[in-house]
Ligand binder design. Structure first.
Ligand SMILES: Cc1cc2nc3c(=O)[nH]c(=O)nc-3n(C[C@H](O)[C@H](O)[C@H](O)COP(=O)(O)OP(=O)(O)OC[C@H]3O[C@@H](n4cnc5c(N)ncnc54)[C@H](O)[C@@H]3O)c2cc1C
Length: 69
């Protein structure tokens, strides 16, 4: 920790944010559905959040299209 604090103080800039998770009772209600980070935020170290978001939007679109047919 002392090493980390020294590095932060010596850095020219620093990105800092809090991390939290909200447990929702459902992923959809009525005409509203969650996709992307709101539905399945990946762990910070896993990455690929953009891929998950685009994939979720793609499948939601496909399901909405199929529901109309
Ligand atoms: C520092 C950092 C680095 C990352 N690096 C990577 C990476 O290398 N590769 C990767 O795949 N992913 C990465 N991610 C994750 C990736 O950015 C997200 O997983 C992805 O952007 C999620 O897309 P989203 O559309 O679900 O949410 P967002 O991109 O967060 O979009 C949500 C949008 O909703 C808007 N919004 C919020 N509230 C309201 C409101 N009340 N009314 C209207 N609009 C609203 C916001 O302004 C925002 O534009 C990174 C994330 C961070 C923070």
């Amino acid at each position: 920790m002392p090493q980390l604090l020294d590095a932060v103080q010596a850095a020219e800039d620093c990105y800092f944010d809090s991390v939290s998770q909200i447990h929702m009772p459902a992923w959809h209600t009525g005409r509203i559905a969650l996709v992307g980070d709101a539905a399945h935020c990946a762990a910070l170290l896993s990455g690929r959040g953009t891929s998950l978001s685009l994939t979720g939007a793609y499948y939601l679109t496909e399901e909405l299209k199929a529901a109309r047919e």
